[in-house]
Design a protein around this ligand. Structure first.
Ligand SMILES: N[C@H](CCC[C@H](N)C(=O)O)C(=O)O
Length: 286
């Protein structure tokens, strides 16, 4: 089976994009396809697979599958690239339009310079903070509680967890120096921790000042990635809740792959602004 694809990235968080306006795929082969295209050895190499599809409730629809074949509820870097692809291919005729993700519909705005989309702003909507909706379970906490700097033992390490959902689950740990973040040990341990019944994306944050943070991530289903858009949003929300950065102001998030500008607005919505880049197109043989 020959499948046309486009490889795109947001700050090095790359996915293989398949255009559902042009290509019909078998639903029950999608997890297999996500694993196949993601392999750097036998596939194309990416953090997963993203489908761009017609939508009944928005201008365009995104489905995202992690490298391990699991389907996720949301993907910030993916939303920016889907918006670029939809605009580039004329599936939308405005620079502002709506994108449907599994977690809900968001507003996208593409910046066009010399007929090319470089930067995209997504209104990611409101974060979800209630423990039961992250979801996160513990013996003590109430379902409606917010999880802010909650003691969280990982092996011998006494960590403190702040949990935020952007439609997908995130847990944030603060470190004094991002270079020393225990991402290779705490990342894989916590992502599958039983306290997160649906798994979790694991973020490490070093606060530089009240409008700037360093950030690394171990993603659920993909491991360490160069960037995580929903994770950067969760990290800024967490840092506001922990009174480390300003609410309603732009916060510069330095990720391994580059910078995102995140604002948790006073109206409750989180804005994410960053690049979207087309790397290559081709045909994949499944
Ligand atoms: N691994 C995530 C999905 C991808 C999110 C990330 N790549 C982003 O840009 O938000 C999850 O299972 O919830």
């Amino acid at each position: 089976m020959k499948i046309p694809f486009t490889k795109m990235h947001g700050l090095g968080n790359s996915y293989i994009y398949i255009d559902g306006f042009q290509v019909e795929l078998e639903e029950d082969r999608l997890p297999e396809l996500a694993k196949a295209v993601s392999s750097v050895y036998t596939g194309i190499g990416s953090d997963g697979l993203i489908l761009v599809l017609p939508s009944d409730v928005a201008d365009v629809r995104m489905r995202i599958f992690n490298k391990d074949g699991s389907e996720a509820m949301n993907c910030g870097n993916g939303l920016r690239c889907v918006a670029k692809l939809a605009y580039d291919r004329g599936y939308v005729d405005q620079t502002e339009f709506t994108v449907e993700a599994k977690s809900g519909v968001v507003n996208a705005a593409v910046e066009v310079n010399h007929d090319t989309v470089h930067n995209v702003t997504i209104d990611m909507g409101q974060p979800i903070l209630e423990r039961g909706q992250i979801p996160m379970v513990t013996l003590t906490g109430d379902e409606q509680d917010h999880v802010i700097q909650e003691p969280f033992l990982v092996g011998e390490e006494n960590l403190y967890a702040t949990a935020v959902s952007m439609g997908n689950p995130h847990v944030v740990f603060y470190v004094d120096d991002i270079a020393d973040a225990p991402i290779d040990t705490v990342g894989p341990s916590v992502t599958n921790d039983q306290r997160f019944p649906e798994g979790v994306n694991v973020e490490f944050v070093e606060v530089l000042n009240d409008q700037e943070i360093n950030f690394r991530v171990w993603e659920r289903g993909s491991g360490i990635t160069q960037a995580c858009g929903t994770g950067a949003c969760a990290a800024v929300v967490s840092s506001v809740l922990n009174k480390r950065v300003k609410r309603g102001e732009e916060v510069m998030v330095h990720l391994d792959g580059g910078d995102l500008i995140i604002t948790w607005k006073d109206n409750g919505h989180v804005l994410m602004k960053g690049p979207a880049v087309t790397i290559a197109t081709g045909e994949f043989y499944l």
